[in-house]
Design a protein around this ligand. Structure first.
Ligand code: GDP
Ligand code: MG
Length: 613
């Protein structure tokens, strides 16, 4: 095989692989640009002008449905792959990847059936292509597209728009600048009426990518010939016109095979009085070579852009694969390692939220600085220490014997009552911090990209983290309640020792005793209790945050997943792989990416190895 042959073969393989990945490639820009960058050959012409026959002669095989009327009703993308001499030729459909056809009459039948599958057994058309590959020693590497013939009127069973629909479909192929147009015109019609030439002139006005093909030379009226057309005098194109003699319908009916048909065609030109001098540049074999050679030069010119597209594709795919993560290991040790790595990644993000670097940790300070003091301020201490309540509590505490010097029991009860109020805000502080921590766990999980592909692990770790936070919350609650209880269980003696002196300092000691059960007396008790309680309040304002940070925040930072770690260490291989159960759509995507990556890399290597020889 020559270098260029293998290069065209390579382009074919890329196109074919792109086709196989079609579903996935649809959404991918590079894929479609790559497809567009690769040249292909499409046959264009009026109905029954001989398009399918020309393709068959190029291939040298009978395999296309042919005949009068609208036979080709879906585009057929035909890829020819040259094999080494002596190998068994076969055909393969993209929609039947596991089946190799060696009987070409079955290929024809499958094309018909596959056409009917989409269009029904009507005379309708569909733009959805059928992809067929032929592997043979007798072909040149080429991609050919057979298209429905252009028509003028709708026949029975066809929608009125059929002529327009077909033209639109044909245009969608030949509009692309990389499409080489095989414009088929029958010689027994005036070239001026050729649909093929009319359309190709519109999309390729300079005739740079149009190959004029004249069929049915054998059917011309006696006494006329097509020399004016074949010599480019009637209609000028950049490439030479090629005359063809395909099998007639009678030949087909008599099963004249392709080898014989080619031979007859050769003889026709060699012995023709009109075309004998052109014989070496006529016929389907010559056309195939001409096309292949042209394709070579086109591909040569495109190699740099194809290479850069492939490189771009490779880059994109690699970065996507990085993003998706590499496939998971199978042995338990590696799986455990992966799980621990993911836990660490999550934990790192969580810590950043607490320590700064990521937002959220400041909300905890907000609880201490605003929420707690505000809650403490709102406590109904004024009501509790109102004159009436003080009198009530003190009297009740005295019982039948009113107090003599100072209402010891009354003080205690008033203080205990007041301190009891502190439990609520302290516990609420614990809860508020708990919710902040829980929210940070959720956020960190969301931000942990590596974890995304493992939904099961994600929810397991989130569950473990939340359980841990729950335990920290309980512990923290016990601790702050204990702080409050401690304050209530032993009162600061010194504070009270200072009290009588303060009372006596400014006033008259005698007045203090006469006054014993007056309003002023109870008010003084209230204000003493109030200043003691405020002193405790200031203490708690500082010690509750310390307890909360110690029990919850610090614990979360240091040992959020410790419990999970000890559990995971005990797990068996099976349970580990269950945890690493991936999102199936993600796995599929990775598989597709990897496949395409492999394809593109192979293509790049092949291009590198052949193109500059
Ligand atoms: P398509 O509709 O353009 O694909 O045309 P087909 O390839 O199906 O051919 C239509 C009919 O014309 C068939 O019966 C062919 O046998 C016949 N035909 C095509 N080319 C030639 C030719 O060069 N000579 C003769 N005698 N018949 C031809
Ligand atoms: Mg046809």
């Amino acid at each position: 095989m020559t270098t260029m042959e293998s290069l065209i073969g390579l382009v074919n393989r890329i196109q074919m692989a792109c086709t196989a990945l079609g579903d996935y490639g649809g959404e991918d820009q590079t894929f479609s640009s790559l497809w567009d960058a690769l040249p292909s050959v499409a046959v264009v012409g009026g109905q029954s002008s001989g398009k399918s026959s020309v393709l068959e002669s190029i291939v040298g095989r009978d395999f296309l449905p042919r005949g009068s009327g609208i036979v080709t009703r879906r585009p057929l993308v035909l890829q020819l792959h040259k094999m080494d001499e002596g190998q068994q030729e076969y055909a393969e459909f993209a929609h039947l990847p596991d089946r190799q056809f060696t009987d070409f009459s079955l290929v024809r039948k499958e094309i018909q059936d596959e056409t009917d599958r989409v269009t029904g057994k009507t005379k309708q058309i569909s733009p959805v292509p059928i992809h067929l590959s032929i592997y043979s020693p007798n072909v040149v590497n080429l991609t050919l597209i057979d298209l429905p013939g252009l028509t003028k009127v709708a026949i029975e069973g066809q929608p009125e728009s059929i002529a327009q629909d077909i033209e639109t479909m044909v245009r969608s192929f030949v509009d692309k600048p990389n499409c080489i147009i095989l414009a088929i015109s029958p010689a027994n019609q005036d070239i001026a009426t050729s649909d093929a030439i009319k359309l190709s002139r519109e999309v390729d006005p300079m005739g740079e990518r149009t190959f004029g093909v004249l069929t049915k030379l054998d059917l011309m009226d006696k006494g006329t010939n097509a020399l004016d057309v074949l010599e480019g005098k009637s209609y000028r194109l950049q490439h030479p016109w090629v005359g063809i003699v395909n099998r007639s319908q009678a030949d087909i009916n008599r099963n004249v095979d392709m080898i014989l048909a080619r031979q007859k065609e050769r003889e026709y030109f060699a012995t023709s009085p009109d075309y004998g001098h052109l014989a070496s540049k006529m016929g389907s074999e010559y056309l195939a070579k001409l096309l292949s050679k042209h394709l070579e030069s086109v591909i040569r010119a495109r190699i740099p852009s194809i290479t850069s597209l492939i490189n771009k594709s490779i880059e994109e795919l690699e970065s996507e694969l990085d993003h998706l993560g590499r496939p998971v290991a199978i042995d338990a040790g590696a799986q455990l390692y992966t799980i621990l790595e993911l836990c660490r990644a999550f934990d790192r993000i969580f810590k950043q939220h607490l320590d700064g670097g990521r937002p959220g940790g400041d909300r905890i300070y907000g609880v201490f600085d605003n929420q707690l003091p505000a809650a403490l301020r709102k406590l109904p201490l004024d009501r509790h220490l109102s004159m009436q309540n003080v009198r009530k509590v003190v009297s009740e505490a005295d019982g039948y014997q009113p107090h003599l010097i100072a209402p010891e029991q009354g003080y205690r009860r008033l203080i205990e009552g007041a301190l009891n109020y502190f439990r609520g805000p302290s516990e609420a502080t614990v809860d508020a911090v708990h919710f902040v921590l829980k929210d940070l766990v959720r956020k960190s999980m969301e931000e942990c990209q590596e974890m995304k592909r493992f939904p099961t692990l994600q929810s397991t770790i989130a569950g473990a983290a939340n359980e841990a936070l729950e335990r920290f919350r309980e512990d923290s609650k016990k601790t702050v309640v204990r702080l409050v209880d401690m304050e209530a269980s032993y009162l600061t003696v010194e504070f009270f020792r200072r009290l009588p002196q303060e009372v006596e300092k400014g006033g008259n000691p005698a007045a203090a005793t006469t006054d014993r059960y007056s309003e002023g007396h109870f008010r003084r008790i209230g204000s003493n209790v109030s200043s003691y309680v405020n002193m405790v309040l200031e203490t708690l304002k500082n010690s509750v945050p310390k307890a909360v940070v110690y029990c919850q925040v610090k614990e979360a930072k240091q040992s959020l997943l410790n419990h999970f770690y000890t559990q995971i260490g005990k797990r068996e291989g099976r349970q580990l792989s269950d945890l690493l159960d991936e999102d199936p759509s993600l796995m599929e995507r990775r598989l597709q990416c990897a496949k395409r990556l492999e394809l593109y890399k192979k293509s790049r290597d092949e291009i590198d190895s052949v193109s500059w020889v």
